[in-house]
Ligand binder design. Structure first.
Ligand code: HEC
Ligand code: HEC
Length: 303
């Protein structure tokens, strides 16, 4: 059993003689801790640290007396100076959200043309709209609506349905092929019944539409007129407002190289845009519709 009063058990003491070991270079006691020949010096605790501790403790005592500090149940000590910004913070928050509610509620009641022509309102609202977009839409449609494979670009003027704000609001509210009784419905049918060689010719034709090299008089052009124009339009330029994309511009959802078009023709396409009614407020949906409508105009006014 070790006994703390035995000098041989004191820190730094020689376990046999009880003498303290002195470091020959510095003259300090050693603690007796030895790491492979390196002994730890028993130096004094640095004064500056002690003073720093004392000062911070004194400061906290002064602060407890003067400033709001200790919680007491649901309340807290107020401090002698009466400095309390909690109330101002709460008031400021109410002011801010009140101001937001004021302008946001206008997006519920007023028509799109009136909202669009109020430049001050639009300037106030668009930053909030951009945040709403990046929170809810950018995961699919990309930053600033730049699109991605399977998800249409929203920042150009190539539309599946329409670039009109009211139409865009309907798309956002009810979705496309979504789980909503009023959803928009559009489907690219599968043409797997068609001879593979015909599909291959059509795929080449469609790939040539954007650069104008597609020949409408060719057998593929005739196939296109017979099978595709009812949805994609006479020239393939779309714009019929039935959800079929233009095939003549550079904007693509899935891809317009012959290989991807072959896939589209074989399997069909059935893109789903979720419905947002119930998840976003009416005002928020209208705000987003106006935001999306002006993406292609870079804020130069909307249509
Ligand atoms: C889960 C992925 C997803 C999310 C999230 C999403 N979308 Fe979509 N959206 C789509 C797809 C897919 C389509 C195209 C559907 C099709 O191919 O027919 C689409 C189509 C659209 C269209 C029609 C474009 C046109 O050319 O007519 C608009 C407008 C739109 N989305 C806006 C939004 C907005 C605004 C949000 C955020 C509130 C949003 N989307 C969130 C997947 C998504
Ligand atoms: C019943 C209407 C309908 C018919 C007929 C139709 N399409 Fe489509 N097509 C669509 C719709 C709707 C989409 C968009 C589907 C989606 O995004 O989910 C589409 C998408 C496409 C795409 C994908 C475009 C892209 O940007 O990636 C191609 C390519 C295409 N169609 C080619 C054709 C060809 C070629 C024919 C004729 C053989 C044809 N379509 C016939 C409705 C139709």
């Amino acid at each position: 059993m070790s006994n703390l009063t035995d000098p041989r058990n004191l820190p730094g003491a020689d376990p046999h003689t009880g003498n303290r070991k002195i470091d020959p270079v510095t003259g300090y006691d050693t603690t007796g801790h030895d790491w492979g020949g390196i002994t730890e010096l028993n130096t004094a605790f640095p004064r500056i640290v002690i003073w720093a501790l004392v000062l911070t403790f004194l400061y906290s005592v002064v602060a407890w007396i003067l400033l709001p500090a200790w919680p007491i149940g649901r309340d807290y000590t107020r401090g002698l100076l009466g400095l309390d910004q909690g109330k101002e913070a709460v008031e400021g928050f109410h002011d801010l959200s009140g101001a937001r509610q004021d302008w946001l509620s206008r997006f519920e009641g007023e028509g799109f043309p009136a909202l669009q022509s109020d430049a001050t309102l639009m300037a106030t609202a668009m930053p909030a709209a951009a945040r709403l977009f990046s929170d809810n839409c950018a995961a699919c449609h990309g930053t600033l609506g730049r699109g991605g494979p399977g998800f249409p670009v929203l920042s150009d003027d190539s539309w599946l349905w329409s670039g009109d704000a009211a139409e865009i609001a309907t798309t956002i509210r009810h979705g496309i092929n979504a789980d909503d009784p009023d959803t928009r419905y559009a489907e690219m049918p599968s043409f797997d019944w068609m001879a593979r060689s015909d599909r291959a010719a059509l795929a080449e034709f469609v790939a040539g539409l954007p650069n104008g090299s597609a020949d409408f008089g060719s057998p593929a052009g005739v196939l296109f007129a017979e099978n595709c124009t009812s949805c994609h339009g006479e020239t393939g330029a779309g714009g019929l407002g039935i959800g079929a994309p233009p095939l003549t511009d550079a904007a693509v959802i899935y891809g317009q190289d012959p290989e991807t078009v072959m896939q589209t023709l074989r399997r069909g396409r059935h893109g789903v845009m979720p419905a947002w009614s119930g998840r976003l407020s009416d005002a928020e949906i209208n705000l987003l519709a106006l935001y999306v409508a002006q993406l292609d105009h870079h804020g130069k006014g909307t249509q």
